[in-house]
Design a protein around this ligand. Structure first.
Ligand code: MCN
Length: 792
């Protein structure tokens, strides 16, 4: 396709040509000369003192080159992994940040904690030897539940952390909320659980460390969503490698979903081991190993209340949440249930005052961090469950109560009581359209028909707002974070006019090679096929903060747009020189620089060529070449939003929930590629349905063993669990991003859990059920139905 394909078109994804042919280049595919293979020996106990670690039998296995332990790393002055973002408690006290060594020494704190790293010539040798590492444990009592961990006398995971409490954080105006609750005509109260999720991207994590003795250069190939940040954190804090001597490469990555956005212990261990052994060392995570070593997501217990006046208008909201941190703080851990959760509790509603307290709690479980949506699905679930409950208790229709309390389109920009200011949106427009598409008017007839077959049919709804585009420095600073997150892009126009973009975001499934090429094609008027996107290599790309929090388009795309503008400006200067006109008279349109009001013009390709030819060039005022770089720090988050309707049918004999219809109307601002946005919504909704109906990370309360440690016990949604989704966009333009765009990567995951549970509860309404915790598995639903006296 040698044509311009701009913003708003849906070309097929460039990257799929290699993915669908099996030609991707993943970390596990990479082979380095004389590469060794490493396997971790991991703790089988949730909480234990390491009395001794005997590696002699493992070392004796033929082919084994080394067996390293946490004590070896400690002796080599290896630092701890990054543990926090400066969250402060209510009284301004800093959160507790106990050290997180890459391999345990002294004590293990969860099943899966790494104890030893066995390096051998082959994986089989390393695996066999790792089973011969003998650990003498003094087993300690473990605690995995949030409420239990805070109880006096609970096992202490760190001597220096009282009551296992990492921090007691809050946001909002408590006195105003108390006053509003005192004047309320009705208070709806709910206790709910946001279930623990385990990410499971298609490609398990992997890492290769390599040390080149001749140059003193380290290279890490890793399955990461943010290679530059890994270089920054690992180089500076953990291994103390100067940045110019450490290259981090994240090649093709087979899905991340948040799981690959942390700096993991294994990355540091392979790189350090490579340095010790003077070569390359590879580790590829086994699927079952991933269950106990990939950071988990969610895991909240919440009490929430909504105060309303007699007309059903919201007055105030009060939320208390316990958030599981696991045994160590992961890279962003405490940031998720605080800064990315509480500021979203206003949803799309006018709620005059809100107060939220969050206790972040250590337990003997895998560290918990971001998982697609990260804090925002949790907030949406709280708000939407409360709204449904209030509607039911006050006898108001659940769509009507939402309409009564929604922020009107005219009220934007809208300042919430929880710090953030929404710049744009039209929640009512989304809701009205979704109501029509979902054929809400015909629902009662469908419910009656289902009842005639002995089935319960329920209609559920969720509205949502998301804050994406992490993170405006201004807001991050106000929330107490140590830094904001900008993004950078370089646009390199080659002499022939073709373009290479070097960008700091990372593409691991979102279609950036396509959408970013569309942006360049649109802005510079160059053919879509003439644009290549490069990401994921710290030696090639100037700098970057990576991909998560649906930031790539709104922050990275904005940097790209800014760099395009700079290219155009320089091109105009060259054209002004060549066409002997004033700069102000040179206009750039559709790939041509022309003198306004004349037919004198130069094509983009001509200008690109002459930028590299000294005599075509105003040398006294410009440097040769056509390459521009831009950094962009957003001024605010962007706030996509929408309304999702789900219709579910429940079989009372089996408890199976079948999704009959799913309708969503979302607002993601200007759409670059409608097909890709559609795909992002599909994937996101599927993941939200996974949380609502299937997925649950379950620990044994006494031993701290992960009971859902394989796909036999951890149920992922499959294609036959999902209906066809009916999706539409109802876009409002973001007022502060260069192209008016908002993010879309997490929308589906944020809107869907609450919509599904709302539908499940509605279906069970005849039984008097007012809330169902996630996941609404057949067993869970069957038990609810069995225990009800009012069956159909
Ligand atoms: N897009 C667009 N128009 C818009 C918004 C986005 O065309 N108005 C396009 C973007 O250009 C990009 C895609 O949609 O190609 C997603 O954009 P964005 O919302 O910026 O999200 P990111 O690219 O930053 O991706 C992160 C987001 C998150 S946080 C998770 S988790 C997630 C997700 O995206 N993980 C994914 N989607 C995923 N999709 C795949 N296949 N794999 C993952 O690991």
């Amino acid at each position: 396709m040698s044509e311009v394909i701009g913003i708003g078109s849906s070309p097929k994804r460039k990257e799929d040509a290699r993915f669908v042919r099996g030609r991707g280049n993943y970390v596990a595919d990479i082979k380095r000369p004389n590469m060794l293979v490493g396997v971790f020996h991991r703790s089988e106990h949730a909480h234990a003192i390491l009395k001794s670690v005997d590696v002699s039998a493992a070392l004796a296995v033929p082919g084994v080159r080394a067996v390293f332990t946490g004590e070896d790393m400690k002796a080599d002055n290896v630092g701890g992994l990054p543990v926090g973002w400066g969250i402060k408690g209510k009284d301004g006290e800093p959160m507790k940040e106990p050290p997180h060594p890459p391999m345990a020494h002294g004590k293990v704190r969860y099943v899966g904690d790494a104890i030893a790293f066995v390096v051998a010539e082959t994986e089989e040798q390393a695996q066999a030897a790792s089973e011969l590492v003998v650990v003498d444990y003094e087993v300690l009592p473990a605690v995995v539940g949030l409420v239990d961990a805070l109880k006096p006398g609970a096992p202490a995971i760190y001597d220096e952390v009282e009551n296992n409490l990492c921090c007691d954080w809050h946001l909002g105006d408590a006195p105003a909320v108390e006053a509003a609750f005192r004047s309320a005509a009705h208070v709806a109260s709910i206790e709910l659980v946001n279930n623990r999720l385990i990410g499971n991207p298609l490609e398990p994590r992997a890492a290769i460390g390599e040390y080149d003795f001749a140059t003193g250069q380290y290279t890490l190939w890793t399955t990461s969503q943010f290679p530059h940040v890994v270089r920054l954190l690992m180089g500076e804090m953990v291994l103390h490698i100067p940045q110019h001597k450490l290259r981090v490469v994240a090649p093709d990555v087979g899905g991340g979903f948040g799981v690959k956005q942390f700096h993991y212990a294994e990355e540091a261990v392979v790189t350090w081991a490579a340095g010790r052994l003077g070569g390359a060392v590879k580790w590829v995570c086994q699927r079952s190993e991933g269950f106990v070593s990939d950071a988990h997501g969610r895991d909240h217990v919440t009490e929430a209340e909504l105060a309303l006046d007699e007309a059903g208008k919201f007055l105030a909201m009060r939320v208390k949440t316990l958030a599981n941190m696991g045994a160590y703080l992961s890279t962003f851990g405490p940031n998720i249930p605080t800064n990315l959760y509480a500021p979203l509790l206003s949803g799309v509603y006018v709620i005059p005052s809100i107060y939220c307290e969050v206790k972040c709690v250590f337990t003997n479980t895998v560290p918990v961090d971001a998982y697609r949506g990260a804090g925002r699905p949790e907030a949406t679930f709280v708000v939407e469950r409360l709204v449904d409950l209030a509607a039911r208790e006050m006898g108001i229709d659940k769509i009507e109560i939402r309409k009564r309390n929604m922020i009107s389109r005219e009220s934007y920009p809208y300042q919430t009581p929880v710090l953030v200011e929404y710049d744009s949106g039209d929640p009512r427009g989304c809701l009205d359209r979704a109501e029509v598409l979902a054929d809400v008017a015909g629902f009662e007839a469908r419910r009656a028909e289902a009842a005639s077959r002995g089935k319960y049919l329920g209609l559920g709804i969720s509205t949502y707002v998301e804050a994406c585009g992490l993170a405006p420095s201004r807001l991050a600073g106000q929330l107490g974070a140590r830094g904001g997150l900008y993004e950078s892009a370089t646009v390199r126009v080659h002499p022939s006019g073709v373009v290479t973009v070097l960008i700091g975001t990372h593409n691991h499934g979102q279609g950036h090679e396509t959408t970013f090429a569309q942006i360049v094609s649109d802005h510079l008027g160059v053919p879509f096929e003439d644009v290549s996107i490069v990401c994921g290599d710290t030696d090639r790309v100037q700098f970057g903060m990576g991909t998560y929090g649906s930031r790539s388009l709104v922050v990275g795309g904005a940097a790209l747009a800014k760099a395009n503008d700079k290219v155009i400006l320089k091109g105009r200067k060259i054209a002004a020189h060549q066409l002997e006109a004033a700069l102000d008279d040179i206009i750039f349109e559709k790939g041509e620089f022309s003198v306004a009001g004349t037919d004198r013009k130069k094509s983009f390709v001509e200008i690109a060529g002459s930028a590299y030819v000294p005599f075509d060039y105003p040398l006294e005022t410009l440097e040769p070449g056509l390459e521009e770089q831009a950094f962009y720090d957003p001024v605010n988050f962007t706030y996509p939003g929408g309304a999702h309707f789900a219709e579910v049918e429940i079989d009372p004999e089996t408890g199976v929930v079948t999704i009959m219809r799913y309708t969503a109307v979302d607002d993601v601002g200007t759409v670059i590629n409608p097909m890709i946005v559609h795909g992002q919504l599909h994937g996101g909704i599927a993941q939200g349905i996974g949380q609502a109906l299937f997925e649950h990370g379950v620990y044994d309360q006494t031993s701290g063993q992960l009971l859902s440690g394989s796909f036999m016990d951890y149920c992922m949604p499959r294609a036959d669990n999902l209906p066809n989704f009916l999706l539409e966009q109802h876009s409002t333009t973001c007022t502060h991003t260069p192209m008016g765009v908002k993010g879309c990567g997490e929308c589906g995951t944020i809107g869907s859990p609450a919509a599904i549970i709302s539908a499940v509860v509605d279906a069970l309404k005849p039984l008097g059920v007012s809330h169902v915790d996630m996941p609404a598995t057949p067993n869970h639903i069957w038990n609810i139905i069995r225990s009800s006296s009012a069956r159909l």
